[in-house]
Design a protein around this ligand. Structure first.
Ligand code: P6P
Length: 335
């Protein structure tokens, strides 16, 4: 039987041997993983835990909050605020940043998260997940403010997600490739089940919400039309389509077997660059995908090079198999 090492041992080896992560970052990632375990247990209760349904409130995005959105957010705040490795946190569910209270020591990292992405799927028992991103505090002696978070995604020091599906799987990069850890509920530990993941550079599978087709810009329309023409069309092969409407689930599939995920700008809300958020959805997913040999752009530039101007800003997302992402991007830049 294959021996699986624990997340703890993997992180200690990343710290000790690969020199990729300092002790404070290792401790932070252990705490985030423990928080994800708690969220997984709560999500798995479903209707038995009276955690389903709407919370009767809206988040900063003007979206109806589910009870589990708020619970997951509180679990992450409570788990991370006292450890001494963070200066502040930012969440999709909170308008302003959360500065670590003065009663706790402050550290040198910033943690950003979407505590429960895909929450429209919670009540129908479809996979959802927590997405997280870690940045370093800029070197200066002034206090922490929102501006400290506004760093391009290439500055991330760790990124990952935890998918709550048939298995609970933590997917992580610290800049040394992508590793997957499956939760062993008997031990209560995340165990390494995949590492050095590679996304195939080509694919026959695309993920996009087809109901928005009439609203897309021409380059996206051209790409999907060509896929739909199949082997008799310019691509010379048939394509399959998947859309879970849970970014964590769609990206996990792409990390495991390839594909292209697109949530592009569309003319429904032309002033918004896209639906997904740059800082705590697109950036962590883009780094994971690039670390696995894929690509991630907004149609015009590498997502990880985008200089943020607002904490909750949105972005058009095209990510996955490298050759497909480059094709879609070339259709945009050819205009
Ligand atoms: P639509 C979930 O609400 C989310 O933010 C992503 O996880 C997902 O990819 C997207 O929105 C789904 O959006 O418009 O298809 O419901």
């Amino acid at each position: 039987m294959t021996q699986h090492i624990s997340l703890t041992r993997y992180l200690i080896e990343q710290q000790r041997e690969a020199g990729h992560i300092p002790a404070q970052l290792r401790l932070l990632l252990e705490v985030v993983a423990r928080a994800c375990k708690r969220i997984s247990l709560t999500v798995n209760k479903g209707a038995l835990g009276s955690v389903l349904g709407s919370a009767g409130s809206e988040n900063v995005q003007g979206e109806v909050q589910k009870k589990l959105d708020i619970i997951a957010n509180e679990v992450l705040i409570d788990a991370n605020e006292w450890g001494g490795h963070l200066a502040a946190m930012a969440s999709e569910e909170m308008d302003a940043i959360y500065v670590v209270p003065n009663r706790f020591p402050k550290g040198e990292y910033l943690l950003l998260f979407d505590p429960l992405d895909g929450s429209s799927n919670i009540d129908v028992n479809v996979s959802i997940g927590t997405i997280f991103s870690v940045l370093k505090m800029p070197e200066d002696d002034r206090g922490v403010d929102e501006g400290d978070f506004l760093q391009p995604g290439r500055q991330q020091v760790a990124a990952g997600y935890c998918i709550y599906g048939p298995q609970t799987v933590l997917v992580l990069t610290v800049g040394d490739g992508v590793a997957m850890f499956t939760l062993d509920r008997e031990q209560g530990s995340f165990m390494l089940t995949e590492e050095k993941l590679r996304i195939p550079e080509d694919t026959k599978e695309f993920a996009i919400n087809m109901s928005n087709m009439r609203h897309w810009a021409p380059p996206v329309r051209r790409y999907i039309d060509e896929c739909l023409q199949g082997k008799d069309g310019p691509r010379g092969k048939d394509f399959n389509m998947r859309w879970v409407a849970s970014m964590v689930a769609d990206v996990h599939r792409i990390l495991v077997r390839g594909g292209i995920f697109m949530y592009p700008w569309d003319k429904r809300e032309p002033n918004k660059p896209g639906k997904l958020r740059l800082m705590y959805e697109a950036n962590p997913m883009a780094w994971l995908v690039e670390q696995a040999g894929g690509a991630a752009t907004n149609g015009h530039q590498r997502i990880l090079d985008i200089q943020p101007s607002q904490l909750h800003e949105r972005v058009s997302v095209i990510l996955g198999s490298k050759n497909e992402v480059e094709r879609v991007t070339s259709y945009h830049t050819a205009l």
